[in-house]
Design a protein around this ligand. Structure first.
Ligand code: CO
Length: 134
């Protein structure tokens, strides 16, 4: 069901500083920052030849990554995003298998303008999984 690795996301306290680190120290290509109020984050993507890294800074008072950064003040790996062909079919199959889809289970529009869902980390070896329909 899952396809390519779309991106690995890292929560950071300062997305501009993290962008500079990737651009200047690691020599990576970094996209312009985008704020996603619906997701409570501001993001950039590091464009690698075979995948992407998402750097996310909290946005707004109720950011879903605020608690994560409180526990990991310097930042840390937050989620992994896999591609799926049909997100509603994937959601139905996962729920039937007992996995918990976060929120109300309805896909939201993700950073690439495509539908995304998140799966409970306790159901997947302690890893928060994002599914993106491509
Ligand atoms: Co993501």
């Amino acid at each position: 069901m899952i396809g390519r690795l779309n991106h690995v996301a890292i929560a950071v306290p300062d997305v501009a500083a993290a962008s500079a680190l990737y651009r200047d120290t690691l020599g990576a290509r970094v996209t312009a920052p985008v704020t996603l109020p619906e997701h409570g984050v501001s993001v950039v993507f590091i464009e690698l030849p075979n995948s992407k890294i998402e750097l996310m800074e909290p946005f707004g008072a109720t950011s879903p990554i605020a608690a994560f950064l409180a526990k990991n003040p310097g930042g840390g790996m937050h989620h992994i995003c896999y591609e799926v062909d049909d997100i509603l079919a994937a959601s139905t199959r996962l729920k039937a298998g007992g996995a918990r889809v976060l929120g109300d289970g309805t896909p939201k529009t993700g950073a690439h303008g495509k539908p995304v869902l998140f799966l409970h980390p306790k159901d997947f070896n302690g890893t928060l999984i994002e599914l993106e329909q491509v």
